[in-house]
Write a protein that binds this ligand. Structure first.
Ligand SMILES: Cc1ncc(C[n+]2csc(CCOP(=O)(O)OP(=O)(O)O)c2C)c(N)n1
Length: 672
């Protein structure tokens, strides 16, 4: 190790930019960037294909910092290699309005591929990206014209590999033999509480081999640049399996008193120790944020290198376009995330005459109608496709040994892994992913859903068996609090269609929504089909909540607000109330978040402030309905766990009946 050489000074520049950034912020994680500087130096100067001047070109490799707490490492690399991230931003680490938030946020900082920080998610996202890339390669590559040939490279830590979500995703990656995925594991044996000996002694290499991964090790990730280079090269030339490179490092390498200790994980080293570390590694103590000119110039070679790589790829695409003009247009379209002209023209309309239909069933028909027009719609379920009705008929299975081109993904019983994978697929681009399970198990996916919402990604979650109406499986399977808890996630749109026609509308909105994810909650049980002309009237269904039935002229005496299967309970209750002379409005609440986006005028039209007699009805926790029913109203819902019995009996016992709703309406102040 020659601290005077350009290479080691470059590595030390990564280290001390990170250390100084954390020190100035008085908060952050200095130890891991110090340890990973040699590996990332080699990756970012030699191995990765990226263009700092055009961070989003589709042919680039994707670099995922799964251990997002080491964000300063990534910011240092982005600044040094010439992304649109200034030294001022590095100095503003973790400050209000900066481009350098505590953990990396995709879409916020140029060059950040995914939002990471919750451990385990990033590696799950990387698996999703590798799957999306594989699907696109199947669809678009032609012999001699491999326009999809990039790699997904993830960097993960002990914490990442302890998390269950990583195991689920890694298992699936091994199963699929995703040779386009390389993960580096920073084996520094330190977490927050101390040594990994406290809780993590398993043989990670054996575990990943058992998943089907190619596993390589680097015994000395601190100083052995040749060893690291060899491993990177070997990993990048493996095409048949995902590769895990276990790199043994020392956290805070170079810090005389803190290296190898948990102290260096999550707090600044301290002024004194920073000075000692700089001295130990032969780095000038002053000024802070020092980058020698030749070091910066060396890193900035990434710009012409990246531009050349992009140019080469673009020429490939031009050649491709000559041979396959239609495919080339399709490629452009899917990578932009645009839907094809007229994509919605086959969306089915359902007639009441054909009898009642479970909304999950309707959803299955809608998925298939969409899939015929949109080849990039791909997804599946966590081993529940026959129940969630999410199979694309004739879509083929996405399997390692099946003919390429399959769009039905079998996630296995891995809801959390599925959640992280869907996020990665969406962020990769070119695929519109959906994933399905029972609504109650959305809890198993919640951390991933939250990140998709935070990042603003188009992911569609299909959650069936959406209430106690699923019946005999009992309270373990009957969602109660899931609807309000999903609605509490900012930027997630939660749809709960009342019938088949609303289901088609929900899917349409979810497909067209690019600013964030959508969850569609669907019934297991049959529900009546509403007249399509009522659902579609004036397009108000697309406003999230709309007047489905108006009892009489003038202001209604009472408004019933309902979602999903309970819309029919409300309609029946309205009949009862009207037979007693109370004019009743029924508002179907398909998607609260859409409704909230409407102008106040529309919202007041649907829910006039003067009508205070309101009753909500939803077979779920009533949490949140107060906002709409107000002081003068009442909520009919289920503020307890369900029970095992036939659905009809449960609804009766728990008061989700037209009679109860009517009685509650009549009992409101002013109506008695
Ligand atoms: C899901 C989740 N749980 C807890 C944390 C808080 N946390 C941040 S880093 C960390 C563990 C640090 O150990 P390691 O992953 O080995 O990182 P290193 O010490 O090597 O930086 C924990 C528990 C988190 N970020 N995400």
């Amino acid at each position: 190790m020659d601290n005077g050489s350009l290479v080691w000074r470059s590595i030390n520049a990564i280290r001390f930019l990170s250390v100084d950034g954390v020190q100035k912020a008085k908060s952050g994680h200095p130890g891991t960037p110090m340890a990973l500087a040699p590996l990332t130096y080699l990756l970012w100067t030699k191995a990765l294909r990226y263009n700092p001047k055009n961070p989003d070109w589709p042919g680039r490799d994707r670099f995922v910092l799964s251990c997002g707490h080491a964000s300063m490492l990534l910011y240092s690399l982005l600044y040094l290699t010439g992304f649109d991230l200034s030294l001022e931003e590095i100095k503003a680490f973790r400050q209000w309005g900066s481009k350098t938030p505590g953990h990396p946020e995709a879409g916020h900082t140029p060059g950040v591929e995914v939002t990471t920080g919750p451990l385990g998610q990033g590696i799950g996202n990387a698996v999703g990206m590798a799957m999306a890339s594989r699907m696109l390669a199947h669809r678009f590559n032609r012999p001699g014209h491999e326009i999809v040939s990039h790699r997904i490279v993830a960097l993960c830590s002990d914490g990442d590999l302890m998390e269950g979500v990583a195991s689920e995703a890694a298992s699936l990656a091994g199963f699929h033999r995703l040779g386009n995925l390389v993960a580096f594991y920073d084996d520094n044996r330190i977490t927050i509480e101390g040594s990994t000996d406290l809780a993590f002694r398993e043989d990670v290499a054996a575990r990943f081999r058992a998943y089907g991964w190619n596993v390589l090790t680097v015994a000395d990730g601190n100083t052995d640049l040749e060893g690291i280079s060899r491993a990177v090269e070997a990993a990048f030339s493996e095409a048949e399996r995902p590769t895990l490179v276990i790199v043994r490092t020392t956290i805070a390498f170079g810090s005389p008193n803190k290296q190898g200790t948990a102290d260096a994980h999550g707090s600044p080293l301290g002024e004194k120790e920073v000075a000692l570390a700089k001295e130990a590694l032969g780095w000038p103590k002053e000024p802070d944020f020092f980058v020698p000119d030749d070091v910066l110039a060396h890193f900035r070679e990434a710009v012409p290198r990246g531009e050349a790589a992009e140019r080469e790829w673009r020429l490939k695409v031009v050649e491709y376009g000559k041979g396959y003009p239609d495919l080339a247009l399709e490629w452009e379209r899917v990578m932009w995330g645009d839907l094809p002209e007229g994509w919605e023209s086959d969306l089915p309309s359902f007639s009441p005459g054909s009898g009642p239909m479970a909304t999950r069933k309707a959803s299955g028909k809608v998925i298939n109608a969409i899939a015929r027009r949109i080849p990039e719609l791909a997804g599946g379920s966590a081993d529940l496709a026959p129940s969630t009705e999410t199979l694309i008929e004739g879509g083929g299975a996405f399997l390692p040994d099946a003919p390429p081109g399959g769009r039905n993904v079998h996630f296995g019983v891995r809801e959390h892994g599925m959640g992280a994978i869907l996020t990665g697929m969406s962020r990769h681009g070119g695929i519109i992913p959906y994933g399905a399970t029972f609504l109650v198990f959305s809890d198993y996916m919640r951390p991933s859903i939250r990140l998709a919402a935070l990042t603003g990604l188009r992911v569609i979650y299909v959650f069936t068996h959406d209430s106690v109406g699923l019946g005999e499986d009992g309270p373990t399977h009957q969602p109660v609090e899931q609807l309000p808890s999903l609605r509490a996630i900012p930027n997630l749109h939660v749809f709960r269609p009342a019938d088949a026609n609303e289901t088609a509308a929900a899917w349409r909105m979810a497909m067209e929504r690019t600013a964030g994810p959508s969850a569609i909650a669907l019934t297991r049980q049959n529900v009546p089909v509403l007249p399509p002309e009522n659902v579609g009237r004036e397009g108000n269904v697309y406003r999230g909540a709309y007047i489905l039935k108006e009892g009489g002229k003038g202001s209604p005496a009472v408004i019933l607000l309902a979602s999903g299967s309970e819309v029919h309970v409300a309609l029946e209750a309205a009949g009862l109330l009207e037979s007693e002379g109370m004019s009743t409005r029924v508002v179907s609440f398909l998607c609260r978040e859409r409704f909230e986006e409407q102008p106040a005028e529309y919202r007041r039209f649907v829910l006039p402030p003067s009508v205070r007699a309101r009753v909500s009805v939803e077979a779920a926790s009533t949490f949140g309905w107060e906002r709409y029913v107000g002081d003068g109203g009442a909520c009919v819902g289920i503020d307890r766990f369900g029970a095992s019995a036939p659905a009809g009996r449960i609804f009766r016992e728990l008061g989700i009946t037209a009679e109860n709703v009517a009685a509650r309406a009549k009992g409101l102040p002013g109506n008695t």
